[in-house]
Design a protein. Structure first.
Lengths: 293, 502
C-alpha cells in the first residue's frame, strides 16, 4: 500500500510516530508469540526433566530427554511418530485424489444438483466428524468383529474414518482453482481424441498440481494433530499416533515427564511447522478463493 | 481401460471379501450395506454415460459412511441406553446374569468332560451319567454328539473339533474356568462348569426367570425383579440387576441432559460454550486485524520477519499448545507464576473464573495469527483508489479505517469469521488439553467442570472414567448438532444481507 508518502529524511520523533511504535508492537507481539515455543525447546534440552526445573531457559543443553524419549518400551515414541507419518501421508494422498475427482466433476461437468451439492459440501465443514465419535467407535467395533484389520486399534480403520472428511471445504477450494484452468485446453484435447479419463489424469491433474500440494499439506497438518477420533479408535499403546501417545504420557504425571514430553513435542511439531511455513502464503490465497469472492 | 478393469477388480474383490466376512460374523446390516455399495459402484463405472457420478462416487461413499451415517447413528444412539452395563442384547444379558450368579448344586453328579475348541471358541464335551456324549458352548446349550469317540467310558473327541491337551488347558486356564455351558435351552436349568478341565458340575443360579421373560425371582431372597422397560430388571426398591441390555429409552437421555438444573448444568455449559467461542473469535480477530493494520506500512523495515515470527503459534499443533500452556500456567511450578509473577501462586487453571479467562487467552494466542494472515490479505485486496479518494477528501486515518477499510474487511472475512466461530464452538483441543474441562464441579449433574464445553462433555461422558454412557453422550452430540445448524442458518443469512448492503 503506498497511500503514505515516503519521506527521505525524518527526525527521531517523527520516525517514532510513524514507524517506531510499530516496531514496539511488533517486538512485544513477537515475544508473546514465540516465547512458549522457545520454552518447549529449552525444556527439551534441559538437564532436569521436571516442570520446576524448566523455568531457567537454556540453563543447560543436553540431549538426555531425547535419549530417554527413545528408550522407554512402555511409551514407544518412535512408533507413535511413524504411525502419525503413515496415517497423515496416506490420508493426505487419498483425500487429495478423492477431492480432485470431485472438484473436476463440479468444475467441468454440468449435472443436476451441482450447485446445491457444492454448497452442501461447504456446509458440512460446520459439522466436524468428531460429533459422531461415538458412532465411529461403535461402527469400527462392529466392522472389526468381522474384518480385524479394518476395526478399532488399526491404522487402516482410522484412515478410512478420516477419508469421510475428504470432501468438504477443500473440494470448494480446489474447485475454485480448477476453474482458473481454461476450458479450451480440455476442448483441444477432446478434439484430439482424448477421453475424459485421459484429460483428467494426464492434463488437468498436472495443471492443478499447486493446489493439490497445498490441500495435501493442509490435510496432513490437520490429521497429524487430530486427537479426538484417534484417541477413541487407537487404545493400544503400540498403535497410537503421537497426539494420543503424548497426551497419555503427560496426563498422568505432568511434573515428572515434562522434559521428555517437551522433547516429544519438539519432534512432533517440527515436520508440521515446516510444512506450514512452506505453505502459509498459499493458505491465505486459498482462504480467499473459498470466501466466495 | 486396462487400468479401470484392474482397479474395479480390486474394488470388487475387496467388496466381496467384506460382504462374506460380515455375513460370516453375523453382521447382516453391514453385509447388506456392502452389497448395496458394491452393486452401486459397478453400475456407476460399467454403464455408459453418467460421467459426474464416476468422479463423485468414491468421495461420496466415504462421506456417506463416516460423516453422514455416523452423525445420524449418533442421533439414534441418543434414544437408547447404550453404554457401560448396557452393551448386550436381552438374551445375552440374561445369560450373563445367570453365569454371574451361579453356585454349584449341592450333591449333584460330576460329569467327566473334555475341553474342545473350534475356530477359537471353547466347547465342553461332557459324558452324561447314562454314558451319552453331550457337546455345547457358552452360546450353544448341550446337545447329543453321536459321533464322539470314547476312551475308557469318557467322551474325548469329536471330528472337526480339536481336543485341548493339558498344556493348552493351562495356557487358557481362565477362559476354561469361565466357560459356562447351558444344560438346555431353558436358562433356569443351570449350566455346566469345570474348574480343572476334567470334571464338570451343574451350577444353578439363584435367579429364576419367568416364562415370558418379563421378570426374574431371586429364589434365595424371594425378591422379584421386573423388566423396567429401560434395559434392566429392577426390584420394587429400585435395585437393578447388572448387566442390563440395550433398549430404546425414548427421550430419557434428553430429559437427563436438560432436566436437572443447578450449578454446572447443561444451560451453564451451553452458555459457557457460546461465551468461549464468541470471545475467542472476537479477540483473535481484533488483535489479528490490529496487527495487520500496524504492519501494513511500507516504510516499516523487517515486516517479513515480524510476520514470520507472529504466525508461529498457528503453525504449532494445537493439542501441543494446550499441553504446553497447561505446564506453563501450573500454579506451583509453572513458568508464568515462578518467573513472571515472582513466585506468586495465582490459580490460573484451578480457579473457575480465572481458568475460563485462561482458556480464552490461550485460544487467542493460538488464533490471532490466523486473523493476522487473513486481514493482511484482505487489506491488501482493498482497491487503492478508494482510499486515495478518501484521503483527498480529507478523511482522518480513523475515519478511513472505520468507514472504508473495516466494512470491506468484514465483508471479505465474514464467512471465515463464521467458520472460526463454528470451529471454536467445538474447540476440543484447547479446553481438553489445557484444563481437561476442570476445575471440576462436584455439584454438576453431568459431571461438567467450569471450563467444559459441549464437545468435551460428550467425550468425557462416553470415553473417560468408569461409567461410559454412550446414550447420554450422544444426546449431547445431537444437541450440538442442532445448535450448530441453527447458527449456520442464521449467520449465513446475515452474511448474505451484509454483502448486499456494502
Amino acid at each position: 500500500m503506498t497511500t503514505y508518502r515516503t519521506y527521505q529524511r525524518r527526525g527521531p520523533v517523527q520516525w517514532f510516530r510513524q514507524t517506531g511504535w510499530r516496531h514496539i508492537v511488533g517486538l512485544i507481539m513477537s515475544a508473546i508469540a514465540v516465547f512458549p515455543l522457545l520454552y518447549v525447546l529449552s525444556t527439551s534440552l534441559a538437564k532436569s526433566g521436571t516442570l520446576t526445573g524448566s523455568n531457567q531457559l537454556f540453563a543447560s543443553i543436553t540431549f538426555d530427554n531425547y535419549v530417554k524419549l527413545f528408550n522407554d518400551p512402555g511409551r514407544p515414541f518412535f512408533r507413535w511418530w511413524c504411525n502419525t507419518l503413515i496415517v497423515s501421508s496416506v490420508t493426505s494422498a487419498a483425500s487429495v485424489f478423492l477431492c480432485a475427482m470431485a472438484a473436476y466433476a463440479f468444475s467441468r461437468l454440468r449435472f443436476a444438483g451441482r450447485r446445491v451439492g457444492l454448497g452442501t459440501l461447504v456446509i458440512t465443514q460446520m459439522f466436524p466428524q468428531f460429533l459422531g465419535v461415538i458412532s465411529i467407535f461403535l461402527l469400527l467395533g462392529a466392522i472389526g468383529d468381522a474384518v480385524p484389520w479394518l476395526g478399532l486399534n488399526t491404522l487402516p480403520g482410522l484412515i478410512a474414518v478420516y477419508l469421510g472428511g475428504a470432501l468438504g471445504v477443500n473440494t470448494y477450494l480446489m474447485y475454485g482453482y480448477f476453474n482458473t484452468i481454461p476450458r479450451e485446453i480440455d476442448e483441444a484435447a477432446k478434439i484430439d481424441g482424448a477421453g475424459h479419463a485421459r484429460i483428467f489424469f494426464t492434463i488437468i491433474l498436472r495443471l492443478v498440481a499447486p493446489i493439490l500440494v497445498v490441500i495435501g499439506m493442509l490435510v496432513y497438518i490437520g490429521v497429524a494433530g487430530e486427537f479426538v477420533i484417534a484417541s477413541v479408535v487407537l487404545s493400544d499403546t503400540q498403535i497410537q499416533t503421537a497426539p494420543v501417545g503424548l497426551y497419555n504420557m503427560i496426563s498422568m504425571f505432568r511434573n515428572d515427564n515434562w522434559g521428555v514430553f517437551c522433547a516429544g513435542a519438539v519432534l512432533t511439531a517440527l515436520p508440521v511447522m515446516a510444512l506450514f511455513l512452506y505453505t502459509q502464503k498459499y493458505i491465505v490465497t486459498g482462504l480467499f478463493a473459498g470466501s466466495g469472492k | 481401460m486396462a487400468i479401470k478393469i484392474v482397479s474395479m477388480a480390486v474394488v470388487d474383490g475387496l467388496g466381496v471379501f467384506l460382504v462374506l466376512a460380515f455375513s460370516a460374523s453375523g453382521q447382516p446390516i453391514l453385509a447388506v450395506v456392502s452389497v448395496a455399495i458394491l452393486i452401486g459402484v459397478n453400475i456407476v463405472y460399467f454403464r455408459r454415460g453418467g460421467l459426474p457420478a464416476k468422479y463423485l462416487v468414491p468421495g461420496l461413499i466415504f462421506l456417506a459412511i463416516f460423516q453422514l451415517f455416523v452423525i445420524g447413528f449418533t442421533v439414534f444412539v441418543s434414544f437408547t441406553n447404550y453404554g457401560f452395563g448396557h452393551n448386550l442384547d436381552k438374551p445375552a444379558a440374561e445369560q450373563q446374569l445367570l453365569t454371574n450368579s451361579v453356585t454349584r448344586v449341592p450333591g449333584s453328579a460330576a460329569y467327566p468332560v473334555s475341553v474342545l475348541s473350534k475356530q477359537s471358541t471353547l466347547y465342553l464335551l461332557a459324558t452324561s451319567p447314562s454314558g451319552d456324549a453331550l457337546l455345547g458352548s457358552a452360546t450353544q446349550p448341550l446337545a447329543p454328539a453321536p459321533d464322539a469317540t470314547f476312551d475308557a467310558g469318557k467322551a474325548v473327541s469329536v471330528p472337526g473339533y480339536q481336543t485341548l491337551t493339558l498344556r493348552d488347558l493351562l495356557a487358557q486356564q481362565k477362559a476354561v474356568t469361565n466357560l459356562a455351558v447351558p444344560l438346555s435351552g431353558d436358562v433356569n436349568d443351570g449350566v455346566l462348569k469345570t474348574a480343572d478341565g476334567r470334571r464338570a458340575y451343574v451350577y444353578k443360579s439363584s435367579l429364576v426367570f419367568s416364562a415370558d421373560g418379563d421378570s426374574v425371582t431371586d429364589s434365595s431372597t424371594g425378591t422379584v425383579y421386573t423388566d423396567n422397560g429401560e434395559g434392566n430388571f429392577e426390584a420394587p426398591d429400585g435395585t437393578k440387576l447388572v448387566p442390563g441390555w440395550k433398549a430404546n429409552v425414548g427421550f430419557s437421555n434428553y430429559v437427563t441432559a436438560l432436566g436437572s438444573t443447578g450449578q454446572g448444568d447443561i444451560i451453564g455449559v451451553i452458555a459457557w460454550t457460546f461465551v468461549f467461542a464468541f470471545f475467542s473469535v472476537l479477540l483473535s480477530f481484533t488483535l489479528g486485524t490490529f496487527l495487520a493494520l500496524v504492519f501494513n506500512d511500507p516504510r516499516m523495515r523487517g515486516r517479513r520477519i515480524y510476520r514470520l515470527v507472529m504466525i508461529l503459534p498457528y503453525a504449532f499443533p494445537i493439542f501441543l499448545s494446550g499441553l504446553v500452556w497447561s505446564g506453563m500456567l501450573n500454579t506451583q511450578f509453572g513458568f508464568v507464576n515462578q518467573v513472571l509473577f515472582g513466585g506468586d501462586a495465582i490459580p490460573w487453571l484451578t480457579n473457575p473464573q480465572l481458568a475460563r479467562v485462561s482458556t480464552v487467552l490461550v485460544s487467542v494466542w493460538f488464533g490471532f495469527p490466523y486473523f493476522f494472515l487473513v486481514s493482511t490479505g484482505a487489506l491488501q485486496a482493498i482497491p487503492e483508489d478508494i482510499q486515495q479518494a478518501a484521503i483527498v477528501d480529507g478523511a482522518s486515518p480513523w475515519r478511513l479505517f472505520r468507514h472504508i477499510n473495516l466494512p470491506l474487511l468484514l465483508v471479505a472475512t465474514s464467512p471465515l469469521l463464521i467458520a472460526a466461530f463454528a470451529y471454536s464452538f467445538n474447540d476440543f483441543s484447547t479446553i481438553f488439553m489445557l484444563t481437561g474441562g476442570g476445575p471440576s464441579n462436584p455439584s454438576s449433574p453431568i459431571n461438567a467442570g467450569a471450563t467444559d464445553i459441549l464437545i468435551t462433555v460428550v467425550y468425557k461422558l462416553a470415553f473417560v472414567g468408569g461409567s461410559k454412557d454412550y446414550g447420554l453422550a450422544s444426546a449431547f452430540s445431537a444437541i450440538i448438532f442442532m445448535i450448530v445448524s441453527v447458527i449456520s442458518i442464521v449467520l449465513f443469512r446475515r452474511t448474505k444481507s451484509l454483502e448486499e448492503i456494502y
